[in-house]
Design a protein around this ligand. Sequence first.
Ligand SMILES: [Zn+2]
Length: 158
Amino acid sequence: MEKSSNKVGAYAVQCEKCSKWRLIPSKEEYEAIRQNLIEDPWFCHKKPNISCDDPCDIEYDNSRVWALDKPNLPKTPAGAQRLLSMRSDYSKMDVYYNMPNGKKLRSTVEVERFFEVYPEFKSTMSPADFSFTSPKIPEEMIPEGIEVKSSSVKRIRQ
Ligand SMILES: [Zn+2]
């Protein structure tokens, strides 16, 4: 996965066989692949008219910031939206959900409360559909000029 500004700009998956990165056109498709990635690894041939012999869609390099998702996160229930926001110091991406009724959920506790207050949503979704596991930002992706100290990130003054 890749981001531009502080939002995700594009989605990519890696082929299990040739290790090339392929762009996935929509977030929905990306989430569908991600939810079963361990049991059902992804291969180039799953993309129409593409095989492992074709050049990669996108290079894993630091011309852009990559954030690597954990596999097998639950697919976002229909009507809800799972959004990621990069902190300005690149220390972390925050995960939140926009719900169909306009509510914003930022933690498991908020999800539980939401279903208590709005039990009508239990017919189409469940608390297990929500994950706040944020993607990992590899250290080599942190832009130059930002100094990394242990697990925190500090901006260097010029
Ligand atoms: Zn491949």
